[in-house]
Design a protein around this ligand. Structure first.
Ligand code: UDP
Length: 237
């Protein structure tokens, strides 16, 4: 597989074309941003961890019936993925109140929900990724009614699988953001990444934060936290 033109450079990843029009190459960077790009920094080694973690988790999900974009890990930072058209929706699942949910609804961080919640944000940096519901998503033409139903079904199933898996690692899955894409034949698959950048992961015993909140909130020990969750994952695959 030959690496060709860079298609796109995002906040945490670069995406390249390959000699196969159906396949892209993703390259993970150590750059970190928060608050819609207002806070910028570097987390040494993050790209390597996010690449490996996302690939391990996507393969686990795939083996449990969730279609994903994962094809092949090439090296520490680079992975081949299926080319999709990303649905411009951030899909957020929560098991425990934290972050914007706690702020918006006045619920203390750490409140465990009886059942998980789902929410959508319209991916649009200029508008600051506004919240939307499934009717808004369809009205805005972001996806079809059938597609949003598929997304919901997959998202809750992904939550159950990831929650069980992380609990075996002594890690509580608080919440996470995922993105889906459409293959050229219209099939909806899981795309983007699953990593400490996109999930809240708390040590099950101590409640210590092992994710990007350490960077967002200047808690220190950012690299150590990423290394710790990666170590726990490696010990449990
Ligand atoms: N999240 C993300 N990208 C975003 C916004 C949120 O990956 O642009 C993840 C975040 O890491 C957390 C979950 O989605 O695991 C819920 O985030 P929340 O809505 O609480 O926003 P935040 O407090 O991070 O601004």
């Amino acid at each position: 597989m030959e690496k060709r033109n860079q298609l796109y450079e995002g906040k945490a990843k670069k995406v390249f074309e390959t000699d196969n029009p159906e396949i892209l190459m993703v390259s993970y960077k150590d750059d970190a941003t928060a608050f819609n790009g207002l806070k910028k920094g570097t987390i040494a080694g993050k790209g390597v961890i996010n690449n490996k973690m996302s690939n391990i988790l996507m393969q686990k999900l795939e083996s449990q019936g969730i279609p994903t974009h994962f094809i092949e890990e090439l090296n520490d930072r680079e992975t081949l993925v299926k080319k999709v058209t990303i649905l411009p929706l951030e899909v957020i699942i929560r098991n425990i109140a934290a972050g914007s949910f706690s702020k918006n609804y006045g619920v203390p961080e750490g409140k465990v929900f009886n059942s998980p919640t789902i929410e959508f944000s319209y991916k649009n940096d200029e508008l600051g990724d506004p919240l939307c519901n499934s009717y808004h998503a369809v009205a805005l033409g972001l996806c079809s009614k059938e597609e949003i139903e598929t997304v919901k079904t997959y998202a809750f199933k992904i939550n159950e699988l990831l929650k069980d898996f992380w609990s075996k690692c002594g890690v509580t899955l608080v919440d996470f953001k995922i993105e889906f894409g459409r293959l050229s034949d219209g099939t909806i698959i899981l795309a983007d990444e699953i990593s400490p950048d996109t999930c809240r992961l708390w040590d099950s015993k101590t409640g210590e934060k092992l994710d990007k909140d350490r960077f967002r909130r200047d808690l220190g020990g950012v690299e150590d936290a990423y290394n710790e969750v990666m170590k726990r994952l490696n010990e449990n695959i």
